[in-house]
Structure formats: structure tokens, C-alpha cells
Design a protein around this ligand. Sequence first.
Ligand code: ADP
Ligand code: MG
Ligand code: ZN
Length: 480
Amino acid sequence: MSLATKTDYEVVVGIEIHVQLKTASKMFCSCSTEVRGAAPNSNTCPVCLGLPGALPVINRRAVEHVLATGLAIGSAIPDVTRWDRKNYFYPDLPKGYQISQFDLPLCAGGTLPVESSDGPVVVQLRRAHLEEDTARLLHQDVPGGGRVSLVDYNRSGIPLMEIVTEPCIGSAEVARRYAEELRLLLLTIGASDAAMEDGQMRVEANVSLRPRGTEALGTRTEVKNMNSFRSVERAIAFEIERQTRALETNEKLVQETRGWDDTRGQTYTMRLKEESMDYRYFPEPDLPPLRTDAAMIGAIRGRMPELPAAKRIRYRTDYGLLDGLVADVGGDYFDSALRFDPPPDPKVAASLFSKIALRERNNVPNLLDIRPGAELALASNLRTSGAISSQNVEEVYAEHLRTGTPVNDIVAAKGLRQMNDSSELAAVIDKVIAANEAAAADVRAGKDQALKFLTGQVMKETRGQANAAVVAQLLGERLK
Ligand code: ADP
Ligand code: MG
Ligand code: ZN
């Protein structure tokens, strides 16, 4: 098909993200949220088991996390919000309803700017609200045939925040960047650990197409089961392709929920979506309306750390650093390196950080929490002063990160301090010239190749400790 006959479609994506909030106890009871390693159904009580007569009590910390998120994304926070019951039956929902927020969420509106390969994009947010998680179902084969479903209520009642965007995201890449940026924000404010692989952050993508220039939203599919940022981007890209093909061949698209099969790289139909499920929302009679007061909001605002977007701008304007990675990962570590006296050249520090620290951190995830930033400053300063060769700086810094040994101790133990002093080098240079008369003659005849050779001989003689630039200069002066 030629391009001219194709309709030009615009991609419309809206994202819903559930994150597990970082609290010690559950949303409406005092059971522990630490489910890893806990025996099935051990973290339960009448409230999170949905037993009749049990009454919920609001977890203040969870409310504070949602408010902090709202402040960070610039949401409107109403004085009074409400809890609502979302009614449906499923074995993982013992009460027969989920306590959630319907028409009065804690946070309304907001924005999250993200960087994409097409430049900066502002993602418009619709809302963020608080709710409780369901239990976990495990479907298993039984020896001898058949299948059973087991239910573990440890997860029942764990606090969740749901964050919903407007249908405003125009590509799979921006959708991925949005999810990554939101995760970074949540980690920064401490609202969630947001580990996707552990189900602490669950991304659902609503995807539709419409002819470019038109307003009305097209038929959408909702994609679930994406367990990594890469899957989010791949799944949406697949849906865009699939829907484009369907529209071009006049195949009817149906509104449905689709799962993502990461191995096959495809989405598949999970269930058709009848118009809109009727959850019979109504105000939760067991909980009073939730009031937010100025003192509470003010305290949360006062505790707010520097947010990722501000940090990137600061790194860019104050230090001229374009590498977003430095701001995004280990920003505290990097900042403490910059505060060292004497302060390192930020570009040198950033280059060591990006090349060495990020690599070493792949092996020890909390590495940048346990190593002092001062050592990055020391390593950077060694390079800037030329005290040791740049290759040796990298090796020393990497060894420090791996072992914890201070940079200066490694330099001393290995005798790596670079020889810059010309009188110290002169003797070695004389020796090398005497041993390589032919090469020396070539240098006198203006052959640069021979100069490189002699420099290499001096480096070898000094076990790499000579400053190569100084050696080349001294050789040149001696022979030309
Ligand atoms: P639901 O009740 O199924 O969750 P909502 O109307 O609340 O549906 O929307 C959920 C998400 O889907 C929001 O992020 C919204 O922006 C997005 N969305 C809604 N309609 C479309 C559409 N036609 N195309 C893309 N995204 C959509
Ligand atoms: Mg939905
Ligand atoms: Zn409980």
C-alpha cells in the first residue's frame, strides 16, 4: 500500500498505575505489609479478612504519601474527600467490595514533564486516589490431574495509590518515559519502592487511534501484565501496529482487556469489556469523610525533598551536565562529592560516575548508599591534577567501589602516583634515548611515529606512572 492512500492516525494512550505505598501496616488495620517470607495468610485479621462487624481505621501514613505525590505533581487537593465502596464479587476480595475513592479523589489534576527523544513532553494527570489491594490467587496443578486455586490474604488491604493520566500520551516511548519518571518521583519522595518485578508498581495502558486532526476518541484496548518498562513500550507499540492494521483493513476493533505475552512479544484477548462494569459505588458508611488540613499539607510540603526535575535543571545550569543519569541515579551520592573541599570538576566527576559507578552499581544495588561521595571527589581531583593517569584513576575508583578501600590508600599501595616532575623523568628519558639510538635519530628527522615509540618506552620503564604528555614534551625538547 502506498503511503498516500493510508489514513494518518494519531496515537492516544492513557495510563493507569497502581503503586503499593510504603507503610509498615495495612490501609485499614494494623497487620504488617511485609509479605515477603511470611507464611500464607499469616498477616491477617478480621478487618483484612472482611469478617462481619470488623471496622476499618485509616492509615495516616498512606494518606500522607498520596498527598505528597499530589503536591509533587501539582494536583488540586480538596479540603474534604470521601471513601467509596466499589462492589464486585471475586474470591480475592473477601468483603465483596473494595474501599476506594470514586468522585472525590485526594488529588485532582496535575502534570508530570518527561523527556523523550522528540524533546520535552508534559503528561496531564487526571487524578490520584487511595484504595486497598486485593488478596493474591495462586492457580496450581494438582498431582494426579486437575487444578486448584489457593488464596493468600496477606496482600489483602495493603495500601495502593492509583494514578490516572488523561488520554494525552502520543507514543509508546513517552508512555514508558512517563512510567519511569513517575517511579523516580515516588522513590524520591519515599512514597513507594515501586519495584515492578515485585508487583509494587502495576502499569495498565489504554491505547486507541484516531484519524489525525479529529477530536473524538477511538475504540480503546486496555493492556495489562507488563512487568518491566521495556514491556510497557513494546506492548503499546504492538497495540499501535495491530490497531493500525485493523483500521486499514476495515476490521472492527472491540473494546477489550488484553494481556501482554513478553516471550511472544504479542498482546492477546483476556476479556471483552461490556460497556462499563457497574460497581454500584456508594459512600463507605464505616468511615467519615477524609479532611485534609493546612497544617498537615504544610508539614508534608516542608519535608519534600528536591524533586528529580528540579535536580536535573540544577545539574544542567549549575554544572553544565546533560547526563540525566547522574541526576536520576545516586543524586545524593553525587551531590556529596560536589560538596567536598576542594570540590571536583563536575564534568570529570560526572564522567567517572557514569562510566564506573553505574557499572559497579549493577552488581551491588545499594552501592551508592554505602560508599562516601568524598571518594568520587578524591578520584576526580587525582585525574584533574594529573597526579595519576586517567586509566589508573578509573581502575582505582572501581576498586574503591568494589572493596570500600579509600582511593588514596589504593594509590599508595600500588605506587601509582604519576611522575610529573621533569627532573625525575629526565634520567629515565636519557636511558631510553641511549638504548634506542635509531628511533632517536628518526625523531630528530621529524618522524612523529618514532616519538610515540620512545614515549611508550618511557611509560614502560616507569610502569605507567609517567605523565605521557610531559614525557612527549620532554623528548621533543631533547631531540628536536
Ligand atoms: P476505566 O473506567 O476503564 O478505568 P476511564 O475512563 O476511567 O476508564 O479511563 C481510564 C484510562 O484510560 C485513563 O487514563 C484515560 O485517559 C484512558 N482512556 C480512556 N479512553 C481512552 C481512549 N479512547 N484511548 C486511550 N486512552 C483512553
Ligand atoms: Mg481502566
Ligand atoms: Zn488486617
